[in-house]
Structure formats: structure tokens, C-alpha cells
Design a protein around this ligand. Structure first.
Ligand code: CP
Ligand code: NVA
Length: 298
């Protein structure tokens, strides 16, 4: 059974297939999920991911069901494995946003229904697919485009790196020591001949086609907020950084923390593509759900 917990659950060809499905006209996609449910479990808040996932299920003819953690309480009321087995009795696909990535791995391990990662501490693959769609819409292709992610090498950065670098883009991460990946699938990156590396200083952010940032304090890291803001303050994406990258567009997965990782001027500036990127979330998750159902045979 196929699951999508991280971009590297897909071969590069499969990732391209998902992107192709995501690019199809929503009006012409088949009703693959007629009469079927998709469980949408959230242990953390969400705006974009919940709304795009629920509406993608509707576009595929199915019924999305929001499940808050106050009801299911994974590993308090019931184990992650038993939650997956239970939801699979009623739903074709289980989508879940969790704190620990290991929770997703355990839910997928019982192979009761395909599991899709709606964000964990390790990755955010649906965001990365939307990001690639946004870059393709701007430049035609990710290949040979230089994407520089600035700030904390977090879940969003990891999935973005796996997607961009294995599709032939050049991926740089500008982050201070202590905020770089503790682990990333270097085997996958090497196998794809990926162009991937770190930049030490904010001034090194140059020659970018895309400048990307995300919050310095991800959900679950709130206790470290003061230290993180102090350590990362030089890595704010501001107008001066964009001026050093005159042909770059700006991306952010959102929610943005205006005045922290990015300035208002950049977010609302003419080179910002954040609302195109937000809209692509719907197409990305529809493409993933379409691919998952197709890959197992309808
Ligand atoms: N980018 C993103 O995943 O946003 P939400 O947390 O609002 O879903
Ligand atoms: N890195 C952020 C992304 C939010 C969409 C977080 O995990 O909170």
C-alpha cells in the first residue's frame, strides 16, 4: 500500500506524475471518491491545509471528515495504529497533521488505508508540491532554478529541498549553525545528482530565482521562541535581501509572522507570489489524492 509521508516516498517519476495530475483542470477530474470518505485528522491548527484538503476531496466526489485531536487523542485514548485501523473502516484515505513524524510512520505501518502527511515535525510534502507548482507556473520548470531557503531548516524546508533538488533545481539553505538539517535523505539527493548546499550568512543569499522563508518558531517550538528569534534575527528576508536578488520571486508557506522572518514590504511586494502559492495547495493535494487512488487501481 502506498503512503505519502514525505516527498521521498515518491520516485522522481511518480513525483512528476503527481505534478501532472495536480495541473489538470479540476472541472475534468474523475469522481474517484464518490461515496467514499477521507479522514482529515489535525493535532495542530491549520487554515490552508484543512481547507485545501477538504475541498480537494469534494472536487474528487468524496466526503472529507474533519477530526480534531480532542476526539481521537492519539496515544492517550487509543494507539496510533488502532486509530488508523479504525478510520480505515470508514475512509478510503487517512490524512493527518501530527506533532511527531513517528506517529505517521506508525499509522502507515498497519497498511489499513493510505496515509498522507498533512505536516509533521519532519516534513510537509503537500506544501512542497504546491511550491513546485508555483515555481513551474512562474518559470516553466524547476530545472536549473536556484531556490534559496532562508532561516530555520524545518519541516517545510526539508520537503522543499527533497522536491526541488531531485527535480533538477539548485537548492541552497541560508541558516546559522544549529538551525540546519539534523537529518535529510542525502541518499535520495545523491542518487538524483542533486545540487544542494548551505550558505553561512544572509549576505550570501544571491543569484536566487526564488527566495523562500518560513516561521522561526514552528508549532510545538513555542517554548524556545525567544532564543530562536534572537538566533535567527539576521536572517530576516527584507527588501535589501530581495534587492541583492533582482530576478527572484518570494515564497512563504504561510502563516507569516510579519516583522519576524519577513517584512511587510517583501510579503506584500510585487515579487511576492504567496497567494499563487496558497492557491496551488488545493491543486497539490488533489493531485496527490488522485495519484494515490489511481496507483492502487480504482
Ligand atoms: N502552509 C500551511 O500548511 O498552512 P496551515 O498551517 O494554515 O495549514
Ligand atoms: N514550519 C511551520 C509550518 C506551518 C505551516 C510549522 O510547523 O509550524
Amino acid at each position: 500500500m502506498r503512503h505519502l509521508l514525505e516527498i521521498d516516498d515518491l520516485t522522481v517519476d511518480e513525483l512528476r506524475a503527481v505534478l501532472e495530475l495536480a495541473g489538470r483542470d479540476p472541472a475534468s477530474v474523475p469522481n474517484l471518491l464518490t461515496g467514499l470518505g477521507v479522514a482529515c485528522y489535525f493535532a495542530k491548527p491549520s487554515s490552508r491545509t484543512r481547507n485545501s484538503t477538504e475541498m480537494a476531496v469534494v472536487q474528487l466526489g468524496g466526503h472529507p471528515m474533519y477530526i480534531g485531536d480532542d476526539e481521537v487523542r492519539i496515544d492517550e485514548r487509543e494507539s496510533a495504529e488502532d486509530v488508523a485501523r479504525t478510520l480505515a473502516c470508514y475512509h478510503r484515505i487517512i490524512c493527518a497533521r501530527v506533532f511527531s513524524h513517528e506517529t505517521l510512520v506508525r499509522m502507515a505501518s498497519v497498511d489499513a488505508a493510505p496515509v498522507v502527511n498533512l505536516l509533521s515535525d519532519a516534513g510537509h510534502p503537500l506544501q512542497a508540491i504546491a511550491d513546485v507548482l508555483t515555481i513551474e507556473a512562474e518559470f516553466g520548470s524547476v530545472r536549473d532554478r536556484h531556490v534559496i531557503y532562508v532561516g530555520d531548516c524545518n519541516n517545510v524546508a526539508r520537503s522543499l529541498t527533497l522536491a526541488v533538488a531531485t527535480l533538477g533545481g539548485r537548492m541552497s539553505l541560508a541558516a546559522p549553525a544549529g538551525y540546519r538539517f539534523s537529518d535529510v535523505n542525502t541518499g535520495r539527493l545523491a542518487a538524483a545528482g542533486a545540487d544542494f548546499g548551505y550558505l553561512d550568512r544572509p549576505d550570501d543569499v544571491q543569484d536566487a530565482d526564488v527566495v523562500y522563508t518560513d516561521t522561526w518558531v514552528s508549532m510545538g517550538q513555542e517554548r524556545d521562541r525567544d532564543r530562536r528569534l534572537r538566533d535567527l534575527q539576521e536572517f530576516q528576508v527584507d527588501e535589501a535581501m530581495l534587492e541583492r536578488n533582482p530576478s527572484a520571486i518570494f515564497l512563504h508557506c504561510l502563516p507569516a509572522h510579519r516583522g519576524e522572518e519577513v517584512t511587510d514590504g517583501v510579503l506584500d511586494g510585487e515579487r511576492s507570489r504567496i497567494w499563487v502559492q496558497t492557491a496551488q495547495r488545493l491543486h497539490a493535494v488533489r493531485g496527490v489524492l488522485h495519484w494515490l487512488v489511481d496507483s492502487e487501481g480504482r
